[in-house]
Design a protein around this ligand. Structure first.
Ligand code: FE2
Length: 221
């Protein structure tokens, strides 16, 4: 039996603005106001969407530091996962995901609701129906710059993305957990097995979490 429960890394207690600009501080404040006012995650996402779309439409705010690959990627393929902001209590994170041309992420979940939007390049996204009993491809969709979609786990929470443009794709993730430091899951389509993994961030360490080592490398057959 697989353990698909949420495993949180220890929160630092302090908000962290790794990209500390007035634009990002204002965006995070607006997001928090939307979450506070929303009766449900769907309501909150609907309220956040125009602010997120506005961020995606603006040039120049994502500096070079957060726009490059990472040869030591926890996702493989040189994929850079750069933390821009995370809440001190671990309930919100904003990060960029840089996928080089021709590369794709492993199939993975997120374990939190939120929004993902494409900032640069083009991606194809494979969305899966997956749980402890199996995994099946549900659909494949093209994502263009400015395109965004929401996640409401367990619906649409398991996917992989690949870059189909000649330039790296950069997607911006706004999720209601500390996604890079949470122990999540990857699926292998050949073996049909699930593995526990933690992607980490290219620029920020996760608090040491002994549950990473405690989890079996292959959570279920
Ligand atoms: Fe993802």
């Amino acid at each position: 039996m697989c353990d698909l429960e949420h495993h949180s890394a220890t929160p630092s207690g302090e908000d962290e603005f790794h990209l500390d600009t007035p634009l990002i501080r204002e965006f995070v404040a607006r997001v928090r106001a939307c979450i506070a006012a929303g009766a449900t995650p769907r309501e909150a996402c609907a309220a956040i969407e125009p602010h997120f779309a506005s961020l995606l439409a603006q040039d120049g705010w994502l500096t070079e530091q957060f726009s490059g690959p990472n040869p030591d990627s926890g996702m493989g393929g040189g994929i850079g996962q750069w933390l821009l902001f995370r809440a001190g209590d671990g309930t919100l994170s904003l990060f960029s995901l840089v996928v080089p041309p021709g590369e794709q992420t492993p199939i993975h979940d997120h374990l939190a609701w939120g929004l993902i939007g494409l900032y640069r390049g083009e991606q194809e996204e494979d969305v899966f129906d997956a749980d402890e009993s199996g995994i099946e491809l549900d659909r494949t969709q093209r994502v263009l710059p400015g395109g965004l979609y929401s996640l409401f786990p367990p619906r649409d929470d398991v996917h992989r993305v690949r870059t189909v443009s000649a330039e790296p794709s950069i997607s911006i993730h706004l999720l209601t957990n500390d996604t890079g430091c949470v122990v999540r899951h990857t699926w292998d389509l050949t073996t049909r097995k699930i593995k526990a993994f933690r992607s980490g961030y290219a620029n920020v360490a996760c608090a040491d979490d002994p549950r990473v080592d405690a989890l079996p490398a292959e959570a279920c057959a």
